[in-house]
Design a protein around this ligand. Structure first.
Ligand code: DHB
Length: 495
């Protein structure tokens, strides 16, 4: 460890706890404690054989409340296709495997499977990923590109201690992710890679947490939580944030959901309660107006009235165009024959928002989608507290459920909601935020409203950030269809 101490204390990543100078550093990464492993990664250019150093089960906080989940794995490539590689200055991919706001285990996203125990029965409505296997592709491709990969475990809403307390509910997941970044930066020079180039990635709940990590850099609101678990004293800034189908902006997601999917039937064929749906949809209009967001490509102010047209023009038509252009002439003709609502002209797809909605078909969730009246949604659990498993976190659902028109949310909730919401920080321009964003969602993903991605990307564009946002045509929840492009984007953005 000693030869690296000077680098680790250098000004680039700095902020060491100098008062502890004479004490052993409990959070020092030991570069010598690895096993050597090998894997074959399939890319479009053929398969690559990667030899890498594998560091596993590393505690990233000095006062862990959960030894099983608050650990991380580091993978460092040393040889690719027989050629030695030096990853000491490489980008660092921080890939979380958070799903459903559940706890996650270090490295569970790497092997190609869903995180273990991610989706118990009765967990998330509709549960599981349409395309879960893609979750693994970013870490493997990053390793094969010569990048360092960090895969943490994190606390989540399913964890209960012997006193019956839910100790992994909000904001534990983001606090743990911040502690991971602080640990990596604290160990600059000991962990190979450039800590100025930490790129965060996650899917769904993990995508929301990745966005939040990028949006909330070093915000003092998290300090008491970070202190409690003994996080390293360093910045939690990340260079870039990749957010796949983020289930974010939870306290506004019920309204947004009804705006988007209110007229779509459930898979049983029935419509949801149209009066509840209608009230939420009406509330969305004032929420959206209050954001004062400008649409991309000089679209003008984004409103509930023009948002369908905005999504169609900005994301959906280009997504369909890319999909159709890649098909053979006969496959394209087949697709267009089955979807006569799409006009294909001059190699471009055009269509109307309402036809697109009908094409998506069944909505995945009932109403309200996130703050269920009977507290059955995963998000109700995410906002549990102590021995209370699940709580309401929107005034609308609280009042409907209790029948008490003047009921107030529990006093801790406004802060907790902010701590979990990237939009809270971005709406305040969070000057320390990451400036590089990769945002993706499938066009058949009705786990949340498309306005969640639309608003996130629009806010970032309005702030002047470098945003690469796109949708995957006809893809469901969890899709990642251009992982190699993402790896290339990391290279050019850091290059
Ligand atoms: C996830 C999916 C959901 O529908 C949701 O509400 C929260 C999280 C997920 O896949 O992580």
């Amino acid at each position: 460890v000693l030869p690296f101490a000077a680098i680790a204390c250098g000004t680039r990543s700095g902020q060491h706890n100098t008062s502890a100078e004479n004490e052993p550093d409990a959070l020092a990464f030991d570069p010598n404690r690895y096993t050597t492993a090998q894997k074959t990664v399939t890319t479009s250019a053929g398969s690559k054989s990667v030899t890498y150093r594998s560091y596993t089960g590393i505690s990233y906080v000095s006062k862990p409340v959960d030894q099983q989940h608050q650990t991380l794995n580091v993978s460092v490539p040393v040889e690719i296709d027989g050629k030695a590689v030096d990853a000491s200055g490489a980008p660092i991919l921080l890939s979380n495997s958070i799903a459903g706001y559940m706890s996650s285990v270090a490295g569970s996203g790497m092997g190609g499977a869903m995180p273990s125990g991610a989706m118990p029965s009765g967990g998330m409505p509709g549960g599981g990923f349409a395309d879960g296997a893609n979750r693994a592709s970013n870490p493997d491709l990053a390793l094969a590109a010569g990048y360092v990969v960090v895969e943490p475990g994190t606390r989540g809403r399913d964890l209960v201690n012997s006193a019956g307390e839910y100790y992994g509910v909000a904001p534990a997941a983001i606090v743990d992710l911040k502690a991971v970044v602080r640990y990596v930066r604290h160990n600059a020079g000991r962990i190979p890679g450039n800590t100025d180039w930490i790129v965060s990635t996650g899917v769904s709940a993990g995508g929301a947490m990745s966005a939040l990590l990028g949006a909330s850099t070093d915000d003092p609101l998290y300090d008491p939580y970070l202190r409690e678990i003994g996080a390293a004293q360093a910045s939690d800034a990340v260079f870039a944030s990749a957010d796949y189908c983020p289930i974010a902006d939870l306290e506004h997601a019920d309204m947004a959901y009804e705006w988007n999917w209110g007229a779509n039937a459930l898979s049983t064929g029935g419509l949801v309660d149209q009066s509840v749906s209608g009230e939420l949809k009406t509330a969305f209009a004032s929420y959206q107006a209050g954001l004062k967001l400008m649409g991309e490509n000089s679209f003008g102010p984004l409103t509930a009235d023009n948002y369908g047209d905005y999504l169609t023009r900005t994301y959906l038509q280009s997504s369909a165009t890319k999909y159709l252009a890649a098909l053979s002439d006969s496959a394209r003709a087949d697709y267009l024959g089955q979807n006569p609502w799409i006009t294909w002209s001059a190699a471009k797809a055009t269509f109307a928002w309402n036809d697109y909605l009908a094409h998506v078909g069944a909505r995945k969730k009932n109403v309200p989608a996130f703050d269920a009246f009977d507290l059955s949604a995963g998000e109700n659990n995410e906002f549990g507290l102590g021995t209370t498993k699940a709580r309401h976190f929107t005034p609308y659902s609280l009042r409907h459920a209790t029948g008490n028109a003047s009921a107030e949310l529990d006093a801790d909730l406004p802060d907790k909601l902010n701590l979990m919401n990237p939009m809270h920080f971005l709406d305040r321009q969070s000057p320390n935020r990451t400036k590089n964003w990769w945002i993706r969602v499938g066009t058949k993903d009705s786990d949340t409203s498309l306005t969640i991605v639309g608003n996130l990307a629009a806010r970032l564009h309005n702030l002047g950030d470098n945003v690469n946002a796109a949708m995957y045509w006809d893809a469901g929840h969890g899709a990642n269809e251009d992982a190699e492009d993402f790896i290339t984007w990391i290279g050019t953005t850091t290059g």
